[in-house]
Design a protein around this ligand. Structure first.
Ligand code: ZN
Length: 150
């Protein structure tokens, strides 16, 4: 658990223990599977799109605390947004977790996702933190091939 030190522990642990939007969607417009072989994180992300707007999103599967919390925080952050807004958020999130440790981030843009910022100090964990986002991207594009971080 020492990896989780300084990582906004409480929020992350809460989302890991009680993941939001966990499970399958009843009527997804599409879904995709993502796998991070280094850690063993394995998720399916289902989306319900209405044109360019994400009406609903859920995820299922299993992974480490970082990947589960990140998937949970992601689903909370993107629901109801347009694919364009989600793309911007994904790129901001990618910058957050790959930044130089100690870099300043704008919480107004990232919202609660900012709690994942500590991941940048643990390069091995970046793939855990970004797996759900890559899988979401594949789901939104209705790609059927499993996304892998390798
Ligand atoms: Zn992991």
């Amino acid at each position: 658990m020492s990896d989780l030190r300084d990582l906004y522990q409480e929020v992350i642990l809460d989302h890991n223990k009680h993941p939001r939007n966990f499970g399958a969607l009843e009527q997804p417009t599409s879904s995709a599977e993502g796998y991070n072989p280094i850690c063993g994180d394995h998720f399916r992300v289902s989306v319900e799109l209405d044109g360019d707007t994400l009406r609903d999103v859920r995820f299922e599967g299993s992974g480490c605390a970082i990947s589960t919390a990140s998937a949970s925080l992601m689903t909370d952050a993107i629901k109801g947004k347009t694919l364009r807004e989600i793309k911007t958020l994904h790129s901001d999130f990618q910058k957050l977790v790959t930044a130089e440790p100690g870099a300043e981030h704008d919480p107004a843009r990232l919202g609660k996702l900012v709690v994942m910022g500590g991941v940048c100090e643990y390069p091995m964990r970046v793939k855990c933190a970004t797996l759900a986002w890559h899988t979401l991207k594949a789901a939104a594009r209705a790609e059927t091939k499993t996304v892998t971080t390798e």
